[in-house]
Design a binder for this molecule. Sequence first.
Ligand SMILES: NC(=O)C1=CN([C@@H]2O[C@H](COP(=O)(O)OP(=O)(O)OC[C@H]3O[C@@H](n4cnc5c(N)ncnc54)[C@H](O)[C@@H]3O)[C@@H](O)[C@H]2O)C=CC1
Ligand SMILES: O=C(O)[C@H]1O[C@H](OP(=O)(O)OP(=O)(O)OC[C@H]2O[C@@H](n3ccc(=O)[nH]c3=O)[C@H](O)[C@@H]2O)[C@H](O)[C@@H](O)[C@@H]1O
Length: 435
Amino acid sequence: MKITVVGTGYVGLVVGACLAETGNDVICADVDQGKVDGLKKNVLPIYEPGLEEYVERNQAAGRLVFTTDVPSAIRDAEVIFIAVGTPPDEDGSADLKHVLAVADSIGKHAAREVVVVTKSTVPVGTAEKVAAAIRPHATVPFHMSSNPEFLKEGAALDDFMKPDRVVVGVETEFARERMAELYAPFVRTGKPIIFMDIPSAEMTKYAANAMLATRISFMNEIANLCEKVGANVDLVRKGIGSDSRIGPAFLFPGPGYGGSCFPKDVKALVRTSEERGAPMGVLKAVEDANEKQKHRLFQKITEVFGGQLKGRRIALWGLAFKANTDDMRESPALVLIEELLTAGATVVAHDPAAMHETRRRIGDAIGYAKTSYEAAQGADAMVVVTDWNEYRFPDFARLKSVLKQPVVVDGRNLYDPTKMESLGFTYRSIGRGRA
Ligand SMILES: NC(=O)C1=CN([C@@H]2O[C@H](COP(=O)(O)OP(=O)(O)OC[C@H]3O[C@@H](n4cnc5c(N)ncnc54)[C@H](O)[C@@H]3O)[C@@H](O)[C@H]2O)C=CC1
Ligand SMILES: O=C(O)[C@H]1O[C@H](OP(=O)(O)OP(=O)(O)OC[C@H]2O[C@@H](n3ccc(=O)[nH]c3=O)[C@H](O)[C@@H]2O)[C@H](O)[C@@H](O)[C@@H]1O
């Protein structure tokens, strides 16, 4: 099939590369000239494991083409995915200006019957707005579809190639058939393509992210309570996660959820619920709990040093909002860094992928180390912020020998409190009694 994906960010690039991988002819169009120039040379604007090989292979085979010429990319497409950004507006609602700009182009330039798919995360009613923007200019029939994306950064290829389910909103048989054909290679193991009406598909995306964010905030609050009552949240997590009605995923406490989606999508849903007169108090509480949680690591460091952080050197292991990505959007590390610097501490950080992006955002306000041990060298404390695998089994003797004081604050519960204490560390983590 001839596919055009407009927007080559995390989502558009993964969608384009994966659809090319299954034999489609894919054009990825983006207005960012630098991004497109890089992609033509197989230089990716993001860090996503495995994606570079997909891009290289399919580009070499001629099935994947990058361009800034959006009108000509649209002209001959059978299916167009809109995968541009939908950042939060000032009031928290999703800003649709990029989506509607693409819709306008589709109306003006589509030259054959086409399925127009909103892949970006958009509020209920957006497909209708997109159709309304296309209609006045359209010279060919077009069919709307909403196909929300559930991939996680860092595991994006696996999530797209082997989805738990594919959700597709349609209103015509033409769109249904095209979408079923396109997704058939990804659901061969029997996973469902769930067809539904378009508003339900749009709502499903927000409900999924809001539910996952709710689980995390809930567990972060349980963890904070565990500290007060002397319980261990890791055991509580296993205890509840083995109930098949609850399940084990997304119950890990930490420094608060970040990233480009949970914070923005929870905000947008809160906003929609208020606008429509059905306010979601649950989600407001989820947001509040997350804001508080972003300060937990700083509170723990402050406690260890009796409130005296001026002149202390603090090492951070991890900057990205989660492992396997260089994405710093809404990363809890940024909140911690600001608090530490304001308190007069100096910060030296290590991250396997996100140091470049952090420097782009905050420059040399902190130091950047080539290795995790170099970051810890001479530090008064080491703080685990991101759950990168390479931090899971450090050489503790080496870590202790390079630190000025053997203090570890573990924001991801990577280490065993008993072991850390027996090794002579002052150790704090999230929700495990006093440790
Ligand atoms: N990042 C993620 O893990 C996921 C994101 N989403 C949703 O997908 C959408 C896109 O997200 P990302 O890929 O992260 O965004 P991004 O910001 O990484 O990429 C968006 C791209 O769209 C391009 N663009 C903007 N206006 C354009 C226009 N008029 N024509 C052509 N290109 C244009 C930008 O230059 C940029 O390259 C958002 O709605 C997001 O909520 C959904 C699931 C997962
Ligand atoms: O809409 C989106 O963009 C995507 O948002 C999330 O994916 P992502 O933001 O890439 O990352 P997650 O793995 O969900 O992690 C989000 C945040 O929650 C935190 N988290 C996650 C899981 C957990 O148990 N505990 C926890 O604190 C992570 O550290 C991270 O800060 C969803 O998981 C995807 O399904 C969705 O497609």
